[in-house]
Ligand binder design. Structure first.
Ligand code: T6T
Length: 322
């Protein structure tokens, strides 16, 4: 039979945007609970950093944490893994769903079976899923990317391109929306509809090199996530298009090297460690009868060569191991 947890635990104080309601306090804990973290894709420094935060919080709460993820960011791979996790009936699941609609079924089933579901990083459209949803304000992140191009000197009329991962991923879709809204305000001209890399750096590199041939006066590119941004930077460097300003999302170790090499001019960095830590805290609150925060938006910051050595900014950079 499924274990139940009847008391509440106090979540640690973590800096996020907006005020958080205080959680109920009690002298019991979720010690011994089984929690699974299903990341969006294995081997991605964003999710590795999230795992580091989750591990730290899990150790503090005395819960066991099992981390899994598909080899590609692909709902066809992630959904069977979710079904396998469901069969093991964990007490709670932290999950970054690969698709805003297609991931909902397995999560609804798990929730129905009594697993407490916390959405981390990405979400599903069905509002009944998840006791808490913790993610970057991705729309604002997209706005910041367009503002970064403005700071880098792009003027009204400048030609820009957006390269994203796959349509239907909540995080990057919102970044595209935020970017497009701000880019329109700044008077930028989108040379094409949003292009999709399928989260493959090599595909992103091919897309940008083809676009540079079609539009040699392209002035700026926004690449909406880690692998896409890495590929775009490589493609721009290989094309020798030094005048193109590249703004990427995320701040993995290789992206930082590309920034330092001048292949990327700005990175919008998230707080994956904090998302993972808060994910565990929300799961523990759900398991112990504490109060959940339905929606938590974490911060992002724009990293450039001008501020990368600032300790406030450096804490946003991702890890490739804990
Ligand atoms: O940008 C992150 C994450 O926020 C997004 O949902 C998927 O891509 C990343 O994991 C970076 O690769």
């Amino acid at each position: 039979m499924k274990r139940t947890w009847t008391a509440a635990l106090v979540a640690g104080a973590i800096a996020v945007t907006g005020a958080l309601p205080a959680l109920a306090q009690d002298d019991m804990s979720a010690e011994g609970a089984n929690i699974t973290l299903m990341v969006g894709v294995k081997g991605d420094p964003f999710y590795i950093s999230m795992e580091c935060g989750a591990q730290e919080a899990a150790a503090a709460a005395g819960v066991s944490l099992d981390v899994q993820g598909p080899d590609r960011f692909d709902v066809i791979l992630q959904n069977p893994m979710l079904d396998a996790v469901a069969a093991a009936q964990p007490d709670a699941l932290l999950v970054a769903p690969n698709d805003r609609t297609a991931s909902a079924g397995p999560l609804a089933n798990m929730q129905e079976a009594g697993t407490q579901v916390v959405l981390v990083d990405t979400i599903v459209d069905d509002p009944s899923i998840g006791v808490s949803r913790i993610a970057t304000d991705n729309f604002l992140g997209g706005v910041k990317a367009a503002e970064a191009l403005d700071v880098l000197g792009l003027e009204a009329g400048a030609k820009v391109l957006v390269i994203s991962t796959n349509p239907g991923v909540s995080s990057v879709d919102a970044r595209v929306d935020g970017f497009n809204e701000k880019a329109a305000e700044l008077g930028y001209e989108l040379v094409a509809d949003t292009q999709y890399s399928n989260n493959e750096a090599s595909v992103a590199a091919q897309i940008i090199s083809a676009q540079l041939q079609a539009d040699p006066d392209l002035a700026g590119v926004f690449a909406t996530n880690l692998f896409t941004a890495q590929g775009v930077a490589t493609g721009v460097r290989q094309a020798g298009a030094e005048a193109v300003q590249v703004v990427g999302f995320d701040a993995g170790p290789d992206q930082v090297l590309q920034l330092q090499a001048g292949d990327v001019q700005a990175l919008v960095a998230q707080q994956p460690f904090t998302i993972g830590k808060m994910g565990i805290e929300q799961a523990v609150a759900a398991l112990t009868g504490g109060e959940n925060i339905p929606e938590i938006q974490t911060e992002s910051t724009v990293v450039t060569m001008d501020n990368i050595d600032d300790p406030e900014v450096a804490q946003f950079l991702y890890k490739s191991e804990c």
